[in-house]
Design a protein around this ligand. Structure first.
Ligand code: GAR
Length: 213
């Protein structure tokens, strides 16, 4: 069982999708702890309801990023975490933390990276007039929303979409994509070579909008 730590800042719907996946029989990962940098993050309730240790480590309680990240790192170590999943964690991590967890630190972003990194993603997609968007699960590198892509799912942009309707459609894909990527990693099937990932045994592209399917 791969021991996973999940970092959140808010609603925690992706956290919930990971909790539900880990609760299914035979799933090769378990969530060892959830950490939020915000005390009022709704996602903490999902962790507590599932009896997963939930901690608040507020960046405001530390003098600088180094001290904050060192506290995160110690808490993850305390729980024997082997893989960290960022799930709507809205703090930029320094290269110290990112390097320390290299290829053991994963993020989900609500666009098809490298298109539309950063905040206000769905507004940017609509303003640009893109016809397809989606979500990306990737290993984290120091540059924001950047790093070897593990899995992407494409989602159509429809006439009349607002940022909210598009976000809701993408979120449905996120809730499938994150558990699928976690499964690949926990099964030891994801390798990084020259900053690209290769997922052994995954059929690529034979199910339209998911790659690997
Ligand atoms: C998700 O859409 C996630 O992709 C996004 O924040 C939302 C969190 O929702 N993450 C980013 O934009 C990171 N750059 P959730 O709290 O319900 O999982």
């Amino acid at each position: 069982m791969l021991k996973v730590g999940v970092l959140i800042s808010g609603r925690g719907s992706n956290l919930l999708s990971l909790i539900e996946a880990c609760a299914t029989s035979g799933f090769p990962a378990q969530i060892a702890c959830v950490i939020s940098n915000k005390a009022d993050a709704a996602g903490l309730g999902h962790a507590r309801a599932a009896q997963i240790p939930a901690h608040v480590i507020s960046h405001r309680d530390y003098p600088d990023r180094a001290a904050f990240e060192s506290a995160l790192d110690s808490k993850l170590d305390e729980h024997g975490v082997q893989l960290v999943c960022l799930a709507g964690f809205m703090r930029i991590l320094t290269s110290w933390f990112v390097d320390r967890w290299r290829d053991r630190l994963v993020n989900i972003h609500p666009s098809l990276l490298p298109a539309f990194p950063g905040l206000h993603t769905h507004e940017a997609v609509l303003a640009y007039g893109a016809k397809l968007t989606g979500c990306t699960v990737h290993f984290v590198r120091a540059e924001m929303d950047h790093g070897p892509i593990i899995l992407q799912a494409a989602v159509p942009v429809l006439d009349g979409d607002t940022p909210d309707t598009l976000a809701a459609r993408v979120l449905q894909a996120e809730h499938l994509a994150y558990p699928a990527a976690l499964r690949f990693i926990a099964e030891g099937r994801v390798n990084v070579y020259e900053e690209k990932t290769f997922v052994t045994g995954a059929a690529a592209g034979d199910k339209a909008l998911f790659n690997p399917s």
